[in-house]
Design a protein around this ligand. Sequence first.
Ligand SMILES: C[S@@+](CC[C@H](N)C(=O)[O-])C[C@H]1O[C@@H](n2cnc3c(N)ncnc32)[C@H](O)[C@@H]1O
Length: 216
Amino acid sequence: MKHKAKKRITKWRFDKWAHRYDDSILQHFIFRTSHNMLYREIASNNHNGSKIKILDVGCGTGELAHNLARDFSKAEIYGVDISETMIKKAIAKKGKDNIKFEAGDVEDLPYKDSLFDIIACSHSFHHYLNKDKAMTEMYRVLKPDGRLMIIDGCRDVLFGRIVFDIVERIEKHVYHLLSREFRELFRKSGFNNLVQKRFNFVPLLLTIGTAIKSGR
Ligand SMILES: C[S@@+](CC[C@H](N)C(=O)[O-])C[C@H]1O[C@@H](n2cnc3c(N)ncnc32)[C@H](O)[C@@H]1O
């Protein structure tokens, strides 16, 4: 199947899911845990009072973006997602003024170069058909020394391999990386100072890297 056709299927699936996405069991037990983890990472860098720009890629219905906009009042928060229905849901939530959502593809982000201080990406990366292009685009829109934070399912442990093999058989065209594959991808895309954080029993992995732009 061609790249464009696979992407249309991804978009169609999420357009359909958007209406009941926030009530899903995954949202309650997994996605929120990941949002909290990303939130804590961002907060731990003392950004609470600073005028930074944060982009949530594959933002879905905008839960994480809205939480960030509420608590980081001086920051500008952006959310982008390939599913227009997800974006409509995100916009429909009553939020702060410092937030902007738009539909767009990670492989062709609708932003100028070197705009963001931080990019967060939660449970979306395994859907990206061209992961190299996604990384190149996220690197492009990050400022020098900007930080990319990706949290996703990870197949390092046996439980993860079993779960994600099943998910991949059902969903098709998705792939959950090993922690080593994440590290390789970050490095070859221009990121350094890598940090990876695991969860004890849940097969989730947070990978953080800094966009090194000088001397490249
Ligand atoms: C499982 S949801 C996660 C949503 C949200 N980040 C969260 O944590 O609740 C995956 C999201 O990735 C989006 N997505 C998939 N492929 C994408 C692409 N190529 N570009 C941008 N978003 C994409 C989907 O539309 C969907 O909203």
